[in-house]
Design a protein around this ligand. Structure first.
Ligand code: FAD
Length: 437
């Protein structure tokens, strides 16, 4: 591993992070100030707030307490709160096809809130600010073109004879060639790093898509996150605020899961009719839907890389796993991947281990894969249970939901899991910070 002098443009970085989404930027921010040269590449670097459209970002995430802890420790949270974040203290989940209902209250878990709904552009921009301020990190508006096995005889890294030659030669969209010690694929669900290096994946399509948009309802949401399970899939109304201190907001971000064959017709509806159909599907729980922003549709896939690592390369975030949005867990898993990988890299630096020592990436994979797999399987089971149209199963799930709703101990366990506060947490995610919002 070569240790580069700080603030020098990165020629052959120690770490090349492909993708400046939330996962890639979290990894970079967590390694700010370390004796490592880091290059982050992405053709779409986050836009500054003055260039944001006036409307809300249609892509939002329900960030868990663990994610909030990570973002606070990285110094991004204050900037996010100064933009706007919407805490939710209650969750209300019900079966649209029966009487089953579960409510979660933060106070039952001894917490002030269960999480925050935050527009993705706010989180990304706040992380980007931290990364740009770090002397050892450079971001370039470039894409990854291809990855080749490095021929040590042509190794341009100029490494000393006692450092092993880099494993990969990476070609960027402007033709630059780099031989990073460690290559990180943080390039999202359609990861080129993953595909070019032939990582095997378990993938299936749900035959469903999700419509996302921002809506205004007749009644305020009261900081409650709501989700109804319909025959077509879950429909979530996630509370938003115009600014972090707003009370009695009537704005929600919706995620409406539909069968692919229903999608085109709903997307084509005029606004007034769309609002009416949406209000009906949501049983008018917040009165009428009175206004909706432009809609966007995302096909839903479940994808999990069989391995997250190969020699000299690791996948994090959606590049390693995509999950059904019903759990609202996708980026929460991605932030934990990034925080754990950063911790393992710091550990390697502390014991003078080369960055690409196999034990570094193996420890990362051992800590993250079982956790992600467990959550993904639980969500898959949940989705199948609610997707089932078999009457006894429907009765059982309604009964089960009502019984479960009275069982405080189990509910508390689920809440702890939903808040991301269980398992092998990296130090960045652990409790111990005072929440302001
Ligand atoms: C409808 C919907 C609702 C969701 N709701 C939630 C929720 O409530 N909570 C939650 O936790 N998650 C949610 N998710 C999931 C969440 O949005 C993703 O998990 C998250 O955005 C993944 O972040 P990432 O950084 O891994 O990847 P991305 O956000 O996809 O970022 C990848 C980055 O890589 C860049 N890139 C791609 N190709 C290249 C290349 N060749 N070279 C260089 N750069 C490249 C891209 O430009 C992009 O900036 C939802 C997803 C959907 C579809």
């Amino acid at each position: 591993m070569s240790i580069s002098p700080q603030a020098v443009p990165v020629a052959q970085p120690d770490l090349l992070i492909v993708g400046a989404g939330m996962a890639g930027l979290t990894l970079a921010a967590a390694l700010a100030g370390e004796p490592l040269s880091i290059l982050v590449i992405d053709p779409h670097v986050p836009a500054a707030p003055e260039h944001w459209p006036a409307s809300f970002d249609p892509r939002v995430s329900a960030l868990t307490q663990a994610s909030e802890n990570i973002l606070r420790r990285l110094g991004a949270w204050d900037e996010m709160a100064a933009q706007r974040v919407a805490p939710f203290a209650h969750m209300d989940v019900w079966d649209g096809d029966g009487t089953g209902n579960i409510q979660f209250h933060a106070r039952e878990a001894g917490a002030e809130h269960l999480g925050h709904i935050v527009e993705n552009r706010i989180t990304t921009h706040a992380l980007y600010q931290q990364v740009m301020a770090a002397p050892n990190i450079e971001c370039r508006r470039l894409g990854l073109e291809k990855i080749l096995e490095n021929d040590p005889r042509q190794d341009a890294s100029g490494g000393s004879p006692d450092t092993a030659p880099a494993r990969w030669r990476v070609v960027l969209s402007d033709g630059t060639e780099l031989t990073p010690t460690l290559l990180i694929g943080a390039d999202g669900a359609r990861s080129r790093v993953r595909d070019q290096l032939g990582f095997r994946c378990r993938t299936w399509s749900y035959g469903q898509s999700a419509i996302v948009t921002t809506v205004r309802t007749q009644q305020p949401h009261g900081d409650v996150a709501r989700q109804v399970f319909l025959d077509s899939g879950p429909l979530a109304f996630l509370p938003l605020r115009e600014h972090s201190n707003e009370r009695r907001s009537c704005l929600s971000s919706i995620v409406w899961t539909l069968e692919d064959e229903q999608l085109a017709a709903i997307m084509a509806l005029p606004d007034a009719e769309f609002c009416q159909r949406l209000g009906q599907a949501f049983e008018q729980r917040l009165g009428n839907v009175v206004q909706a922003d432009p809609r966007y549709a995302f096909p839903l896939l479940q994808n999990h890389a069989v391995d997250y690592i190969q020699p000299g390369v690791a996948l994090i975030g959606d590049a390693a796993h995509t999950i059904h949005p019903l759990a609202g867990q996708g980026i929460n898993l991605g932030l934990l991947d990034a925080a754990v990988l950063a911790e393992e890299i710091q550990r390697a630096l502390g014991c003078q281990l080369p960055l690409d020592d196999p034990s570094v990436l193996r420890r990362f994979q051992r800590r993250r894969k079982p956790h992600n797999l467990l959550l993904m399987s639980a969500m898959e089971g949940f989705k199948r249970l609610f997707g089932a149209d078999i009457p006894p199963l429907r009765v059982a799930r309604n009964l089960g939901m009502s019984l479960f709703n009275r069982h405080t101990l189990i509910k508390n366990q689920i809440m702890t899991r939903a808040m991301g506060m269980e398992g092998d947490l990296p130090a960045l995610a652990q409790p111990g910070l005072v929440a302001d919002f």
